[in-house]
Design a protein around this ligand. Structure first.
Ligand code: GUN
Length: 286
């Protein structure tokens, strides 16, 4: 039997509809949420992500500004732009698309963004708030995964949750969000011994490895919920996730497709954070 497909596109459309309604209500009170997206250089994947973020803003009634800067832009120039956006009342959220060119220190960029406008939740203050469970913003990809789990009635409480990958953007915060929801959480990575056995224990398996078709059926427990955060190209240049979809589909209980699973949810959570930022900045309760 095939797994139930967790449809991120469908769930996103639903959530974006409710964000639009809230944004319209805010606008009626004179508050207009706005997002500034900074893109340095011309990485093709980043350009696609930025375009999708602009489209999502339109869909949600959120004002947006894009700053597409040439690859040779200096760090000082990016920092000066962030300083200007930090002070701009039309801008509720600021995001600098990663990766940035090598001559720019990504940490310095993240540190410069006002904590109340940090809609990626990458700033150390916001990372710390997530750790203690008292946060304003959740990082978009892990938050999108949690929203998908909720939508399909999958409660992490008491379950074996395994996250493959330990990045600051996905793996680490994902583990924390599952822990907040009372999951028993293991983080695996490239040095994990018995990776296959550890993954095969999981009731909820989140793959954030960045390697095409890394998760095979022998790593998956019968009936597990498998969430694929990967965005890779296969040998034919086709977009694919970290999970071998066809074989895992026969064993898992729930599975996210790539594309159309976690990807749209990530951008939807960015919209949610931008709305939240506007409310915070205007002292409006959630
Ligand atoms: N590059 C890949 N994912 C992300 C993300 O979530 N935010 C930003 N700013 N850059 C990224």
């Amino acid at each position: 039997m095939s797994a139930i497909r967790m449809d991120g596109k469908m769930v996103s459309a639903k959530v974006r509809g409710s964000i639009l309604a809230e944004v319209e209500a805010l606008k009626a009170q004179g508050v207009r949420p706005g997002l500034a997206v900074i893109l340095v250089g011309d990485d093709p994947a980043s350009k696609v992500y930025v375009r999708n973020k602009e489209r999502a803003c339109e869909e949600c009634g959120i004002y947006s500004e894009k700053y597409a800067l040439p690859a040779e832009t200096t760090q000082e120039e990016v920092l000066a732009l962030i300083d200007k956006l930090n002070k701009d009342p039309n801008i509720s959220g600021i995001l600098c698309q990663m990766p940035v060119p090598k001559h720019i220190d990504a940490d310095a960029i993240i540190d410069a963004i006002d904590v109340t406008k940090d809609v990626d939740a990458f700033h150390p203050v916001n990372v710390g708030k997530i750790m203690i469970g008292d946060f304003d913003f959740l990082p978009c990809t892990p938050a999108g995964v949690m929203e998908l789990l909720d939508e399909y009635g999958i409660d992490p409480k008491g379950k074996e949750c395994v996250v493959i990958g330990r990045s600051n953007i996905v793996g680490k915060p994902q583990a924390m969000l599952l822990l907040h929801r009372h999951g028993t959480v293991t983080i695996c990575h490239s040095r994990t011994a018995n990776l296959k056995e550890v993954c095969a224990r999981a009731d909820i398996l989140v793959a954030a490895v960045g390697k095409a078709k890394f998760v095979t059926a022998d790593m998956v427990k019968e009936g597990a919920a498998v969430i694929d955060v990967g965005m890779n190209r296969d040998e034919n240049g086709k977009l694919c996730g970290d999970v071998c979809f066809d074989e895992v589909n026969e064993k898992a209980g729930y599975l996210t497709p790539v594309p159309g699973g976690v990807g749209p949810m990530t951008i939807t959570m960015l919209m949610k954070n931008t709305l939240k930022a506007a409310k915070l900045q205007h002292g409006i309760a959630d």
